[in-house]
Write a protein of this length. Structure first.
Length: 462
């Protein structure tokens, strides 16, 4: 077999392949065998029809077509390996010559991973938010814990802010009660903002047995987005009672003996959260700077497919779970379809560039992923998916996605390498040291995959 490679552009090549006819023998034999099992000829047992009879009855052309279809994938793979190419997607194959008994020639155009030169990233500098936990932050955290241990007691008075009321609701549009516009026995905390706009003002001052009517734009259901006339009837009023903030509360709500110990623990937890957020912010900003430094050609077909995939996932998975279609989503976001398409393309370009350059770093630095790192990443992915580690691992293996997970961890290690070489300072001008963060590689893997998949942007927007 002879093959040659023509570079059409930095991300696409054309393979020209010539194959001596004798190399098609195995495929020809397989073609005759397959046709033998599919047809019947009087005077011959099924599967025992001679090749010359098949040629006479069904035509040599049918046999050649079957043989070539069988041989092409193997011949293409041999040519790709011989040329040491990294193809992306399926090739466009064109048979240019087929001479029975002599030669098979074909061309195959395919996108390839471009050759990327890793830039000098040692001079990257980024600024991140400083880690600051105020007394107010701690008080708010403790207050949220206190809310979880609140109790309610029925009262015979008008409802006030902070009270828990039991209400019946009826929504009408154009004077007609909606099929899904009636709800009884709903528990609602006044001031929480968890139901309809205007409901807080309507129920405040009402006693049990009283009702009020107000107008509100519906946030979901069959008449989503329409103005409805809502009647709300209060059937019960209960006052919320919070436990005293003292050592007894600390002992009831935590493993600590004193309120001061509980507050100290809350402060430490908040600092840890902000430290993780700071590390993620550093990784994202370092990655953005790295992408600015690198020249990465983008294969057109790959970009087109990536944009389609992102739009499909958003429309049929994320928005579907929220009960929205693309039109409603764009209305909520205040975007035109043209703006949405431009943003999706921009995110797709960033994702492809991120994967290409981090994969190149993995190869250049010979970064490996050990079993412990893969297991830890799998556990984290399982937790975020809502599946047990065993269920998630089984799904990954059955779906053939182990190499994908290995790639995610490897790219995270590559990004962590770049972050380690960068200068990171906070908004106070203090140098931030991320090297001792045990979760740095894992959070780097998250940051890298967010850029590759575009999930972070889409989830935030949704």
């Amino acid at each position: 077999m002879k093959s040659a490679v023509e570079t059409l552009n930095p991300t696409r090549v054309r393979l020209t392949v010539e194959v001596p006819f004798e190399e098609l023998k195995d495929s020809l034999d397989a073609a005759y065998k397959k046709i033998n099992q599919q047809v019947t000829v009087k005077g011959f047992r099924k599967g025992k029809i001679p090749a010359r009879v098949i040629d006479q009855r069904f035509g040599r052309g049918a046999v050649l077509e079957e043989a070539v279809n069988d041989a092409l994938p193997k011949l293409y793979t041999e040519a790709v390996n011989e040329a040491e190419l990294n193809p992306l997607g399926q090739p466009e194959v064109d048979i240019t010559e087929l001479k029975d008994g002599e030669t098979l020639a074909f061309t195959a155009e395919v996108d390839i991973r471009p050759e990327i030169e890793i830039p000098d990233y040692s001079g990257i500098e980024v600024t991140v938010d400083a880690i600051e936990v105020t007394d107010e932050d701690v008080e708010k955290s403790v207050e949220q814990l206190r809310e979880r241990f609140a109790s309610t007691n029925p009262v015979e008075r008008a409802a006030a802010d902070g009270d828990v009321v039991t209400i019946d609701l009826e929504a009408k549009v154009d004077g007609e009660v909606l099929p899904d516009g009636v709800a009884d026995g709903v528990s609602y905390t006044i001031g929480s903002g968890e139901l309809l706009d205007g409901i807080d003002e309507a129920v405040t001052g009402l006693e049990a047995g009283s009702e009020a009517t107000f107008t509100s734009q519906l946030k979901g259901g069959t008449a989503e987005g329409k103005d409805a006339e809502v009647t709300v009837k209060v059937t019960a009023v209960a006052a919320k009672e919070l436990p005293e903030l003292d050592d007894d509360f600390a002992q009831m709500a935590s493993e600590f003996d004193t309120l001061e110990e509980l507050k100290a623990d809350s402060r430490k937890r908040l600092e840890d959260m902000k430290q993780y957020d700071q590390a993620t912010q550093a990784q994202e900003r370092v990655l953005d700077e790295l992408l600015k430094l690198a020249e990465v050609p983008i294969p057109e077909k790959l970009l087109e497919d990536e944009v389609k995939t992102r739009k499909h996932n958003l429309e049929h998975h994320q928005l579907g779970q929220m009960g929205l279609d693309l039109g409603k989503y764009l209305e909520i976001q205040g975007k035109t379809e043209e703006e949405f398409d431009a943003e999706t393309k921009e995110q797709a370009v960033k994702g492809i560039k991120t994967q290409f350059i981090l994969d190149e770093l993995v190869n250049k630095e010979k970064l490996n992923v050990n079993q412990e790192e893969l297991t830890e990443h799998l556990m984290r992915r399982a937790q975020s998916s809502g599946m047990s580690p065993d269920q998630f691992a089984q799904a990954v293996v059955e779906g053939g996605q182990v190499p994908m997970l290995v790639g995610e961890v490897a790219r995270g290690k590559a990004l962590a390498l770049v972050v380690e070489a960068a200068k990171v300072v906070d908004t106070n001008g203090e140098v931030v040291d991320l090297e001792d963060d045990e979760e740095e590689a894992e959070s780097a893997a998250d940051a890298a995959e967010a850029a590759v998949d575009g999930e972070a942007e889409e989830k935030n927007e949704a």
